[in-house]
Design a protein. Structure first.
Length: 392
């Protein structure tokens, strides 16, 4: 586990030990007050009171550093800093200029424990108090030059370190959020692909199984052909699922038209499909894939839900205000909008198609028509024009 940072509360024994050692290094600057107590010529009573004051200051300083956390109440921190400031002032005024160094610890604690919006006021305020007391104690002005700049720089350096650590934490959280969103998007893509793949393939297998069952008593040869087709469809479905999982599945309109013709024929639906493959000049793979998925989903709904007797599929290029578009229309004479099979959210297939088309700049329209149900999918027939700005 990594060491705890500035402005963060230790969470375990190891972090507490590391933080204690790190902050303990800077206590070396208390050598001036310690030297004053040992060699300053103070009486025994003053010396005892000085040691008690120094120990109390260091103890309160450590309490503030170790108890400070992201959710710490600001009033508590300000109160602790006020206690440290009062201790520094009393010790410096009573024992002499060597004790002015305590104010540097107060400014550093302010930068480490307070947010920047407050530290930018408390650090100059403590530095101003340091200046005033240095001018008040004998010989204090000689120490002022060596203490005022470290007090200001030390305090504001801690605010920078604290903000850096906070920003790093936010970046880590943002990175984790992005990773979670990417995982969710991948799960959505996989669920969408499996829905489109298995819905179509399982519907075809079901229809062929029913047809083979009806043919079996009187036409065993034809039933055997249907069973062979079932095996082929199931094998292809397995390949498609593997490709979908690895992200390489890109259905083609030509192949989907052939599959739609076969599925509609097995279901006993009269199909009116384009005689030739559509013109896909300048159409990107992503756009063709989105339209192919739309065709597959529409035909699957016709076979599974509509009860239609006739289905027309048309793919044409049209000129719109936004440029050329490729338009796929699937029109049937069924009972209306497709229902959802058991266990599946209503309209999940159409929602998935809408998301696919929106990603490539297309649109989806689906709803009742005069004779049944109609699905119209549109996507740009040419890549978007490059953005020609002023270059300014």
């Amino acid at each position: 586990m990594s060491a705890v940072g500035i402005g963060q509360r230790p969470q375990n024994r190891r972090q507490r030990a590391i933080k204690f050692l790190w902050t303990g290094i800077w206590l070396a600057y208390l050598s001036a007050p310690v030297s004053d107590l040992l060699h300053g010529g103070h009486s025994d009573g003053v010396r005892v009171l000085g040691w008690l004051g120094l120990v109390a200051f260091v103890a309160w300083y450590y309490v503030l550093i170790f108890r400070t956390g992201r959710r710490e109440i600001v009033g508590t921190v300000l109160g602790s800093l006020a206690v440290l400031t009062a201790q520094s002032s009393i010790l410096a005024l009573t024992l002499g200029r060597e004790w002015l160094v305590l104010f540097v610890y107060v400014t550093v604690a302010s930068g480490a424990a307070l947010p920047l919006r407050l530290a930018r006021f408390t650090i100059p305020a403590v530095s101003a108090l340091l200046t005033a007391i240095a001018l008040a104690v004998p010989g204090g002005e000689a120490y002022l030059a060596s203490l005022l700049l470290p007090a200001l720089l030390g305090g504001f350096s801690m605010t920078g370190v604290r903000e850096l650590i906070r920003t790093t934490g936010e970046l880590r959280e943002a990175r984790a959020t992005v990773a979670q969103l990417a995982a969710n998007e991948e799960r959505l893509r996989l669920a969408r692909d499996l829905h489109d793949l298995l819905g179509h393939s399982l519907s075809l297998i079901t229809l062929k199984s029913e047809l083979a069952g009806r043919m079996l008593p009187d036409h065993p040869e034809k039933a055997a052909q249907q069973v062979a087709d079932i095996e082929q469809v199931s094998r292809q479905a397995l390949v498609d699922v593997r490709e979908a999982v690895t992200g390489y599945r890109r259905p083609r309109l030509g192949a989907e038209l052939a599959g739609a013709r076969d599925a509609l024929s097995v279901a006993g639906v009269t199909a009116d499909l384009p005689a030739a493959d559509p013109d896909l000049t300048d159409v990107s793979d992503d756009i063709e894939s989105a339209l192919a998925w739309a065709l597959r989903e529409a035909v699957t709904n016709v076979v599974r839900h509509s009860g239609a007797h006739h289905c027309t599929v048309d793919i044409v290029r049209r000129q719109s205000l936004d440029g050329p578009v490729l338009e796929l229309t699937v029109d049937d004479d069924g009972t209306g909008a497709p229902g959802a099979p058991p266990g599946e959210a209503p309209g999940s297939g159409l929602r998935g198609l809408t998301e696919r088309l929106e990603k490539v700049g297309g649109t989806l329209e689906a709803g009742p028509s005069r004779h049944g149900f109609r699905l119209v999918a549109r996507a740009p027939a040419a890549p978007p024009a490059p953005d020609v700005g002023s270059g300014a």
